[in-house]
Ligand binder design. Structure first.
Ligand SMILES: Cc1cc2nc3c(=O)[nH]c(=O)nc-3n(C[C@H](O)[C@H](O)[C@H](O)COP(=O)(O)OP(=O)(O)OC[C@H]3O[C@@H](n4cnc5c(N)ncnc54)[C@H](O)[C@@H]3O)c2cc1C
Length: 415
């Protein structure tokens, strides 16, 4: 019979810290102070739902390894998905997904592919190699079509490679006042189709897609970090469309965490679990799968729709993102600038945090930090793609200050 190794001696408090269950067990009353931690707003967490270990992020400014900027291609009416003839070329548009391009990509691609197949062509071109181009091209291949992608850039140099990497299907997707009456249902169908496809990328080597926890921290009850301001100084009020309620059944709801059940130094904390896109690995897998299935990629820049005349294909899906503004003279695209400071990834840091203007997400390819001083209106109509170094550093300093407050909480003190 195998010999059982002796159990190492650790005290109860150390065990609870290591297991990440300290707060959760406290909330259950096992720490002997259940009355203090139970509130009407946030009932105690059940044992099986205890807050897991939350390794602190090493928030040093010199751990920033890059700063990236990208422009969200926002259209007040929502993405463009109509088709048109340009001479004898049939073009289906698939651009203008604002802050939701990755999240909606499969569903939006499915709509575009259905339209592209109407003429029966079996040799179709996709223009663009970002989130929308790669998914549209893959869906065409699954329909037995020969596909060539033409694009100026491919990952990791496309704007899609500079996204946060979260399931955010209605982030800056449209203005409620400008979207058609039919759009909310179309959006729902795209979101559900994408969500379903994302489940088929779980559990793969490299973790292209995974479920991870998010914590929303607030000093005030009911405040939603990052969503408070939607007015651009000197401009109109932006009534960004909110459709999450239509798909509330897909992901767990935000759950208020009782005081004492978590290590954060603020009075109001909620948690949910959502999809993280590890964009570096995910886009590489999309590219590889496309090439393995016989797809071709040609590096080419187009200056006007008439340039398509020189290509052999008759049918095209136009996935040029913000590039469509110049290429298709589409002034309905508003650039919404977004910047990310990247901290060196850390083992175990695979959670997200929202606090005040900070949006942090621990991914396998970096810990991404965004500062959104104007909430969702941040970067509105700003085409500047140069990094703002001070903004990046201020985000890291704010995160550092948060962890310093955390370290001083009695439950988090070492020794
Ligand atoms: C900071 C930030 C964070 C974001 N976070 C998220 C998130 O967490 N989740 C989410 O779902 N979305 C997020 N988004 C939104 C998402 O990144 C975009 O909606 C998405 O990248 C758009 O993808 P795309 O394929 O349309 O465009 P792009 O990635 O810009 O790809 C366009 C392609 O077209 C090519 N192209 C353009 N013009 C031409 C031309 N004239 N000739 C030839 N080729 C051309 C380009 O080279 C490229 O290959 C974020 C955006 C920003 C800015």
């Amino acid at each position: 019979m195998a010999k059982v190794p002796p159990t190492p001696q650790i005290d109860r408090r150390t065990f609870l810290h290591r297991s990440g269950a300290l707060a959760g067990l406290g909330a259950l009353g096992l720490s002997g102070c259940a009355r203090q931690v139970r509130t009407a707003a946030a009932p105690a967490l059940p044992f099986y739902d205890a807050v897991g270990p939350i390794p602190p992020i090493r928030a040093h400014e010199d751990r920033i390894f890059r700063i990236t900027v990208c422009l969200r291609p926002f259209r007040a009416a929502g993405p463009r998905l109509d088709a048109e003839w340009v001479g004898d070329k049939f073009v289906v548009h698939n651009y203008g997904h604002g802050g939701s391009g990755w999240s909606l990509s499969w569903g939006s691609g499915a709509v575009a592919v259905r339209k592209a197949l109407v003429n029966g062509d079996k040799n179709i071109a996709v223009i663009g190699c970002g989130a929308l181009g790669l998914t549209s091209a893959t869906l065409l291949q699954r329909e037995g079509v020969r596909v060539t992608i033409y694009a100026k850039e491919r990952p990791p140099f496309v704007r899609s490679s500079r996204a946060t990497g979260s399931w955010t299907p209605d982030s800056r997707i449209a203005l409620a006042s400008a979207a058609s009456a039919a759009f909310p249902a179309e959006w729902e169908s795209m979101a559900r189709a994408s969500f379903a496809m994302y489940q088929s990328y779980l559990g793969m080597p490299g973790n292209p897609i995974e479920w991870t926890d998010r914590y929303a921290l607030s000093d005030e009850e009911g405040a939603v970090p990052g969503h408070s301001r939607t007015t651009v100084p000197g401009a109109e009020k932006l009534d960004f469309a909110r459709y999450q309620n239509r798909i509330h059944d897909l992901t767990p709801a935000m759950q208020p965490l009782p005081p004492g059940s978590h290590p954060f130094p603020v009075p109001f904390v909620s948690r949910n679990t959502s999809l993280t896109f590890n964009v570096a690995d995910y886009s590489r897998q999309l590219l590889n799968d496309f090439l393995i299935a016989g797809g071709k990629i040609e590096t080419q820049e187009f200056h006007s729709p008439q340039d398509l005349a020189a290509l052999p294909q008759r049918t095209f899906i136009n996935c040029t993102g913000y590039g469509a503004r110049a290429l298709w003279s589409d002034e309905s695209i508003t650039p919404v600038r977004g910047q990310i400071a990247w901290l060196i990834p850390q083992e175990g840091v695979n959670y997200g945090l929202y606090y005040k203007d900070l949006n942090v997400l621990g991914r396998r390819d970096g810990i991404v930090i965004q500062v959104s001083g104007q909430g969702e209106a941040s970067g509105w109509n700003d085409t500047n793609e140069a990094p703002d170094v001070e903004e990046a550093h201020s985000g890291v300093r704010s995160l550092q200050a948060l962890y310093q407050r955390m370290a001083s909480m009695p439950a988090n003190r070492r020794g």
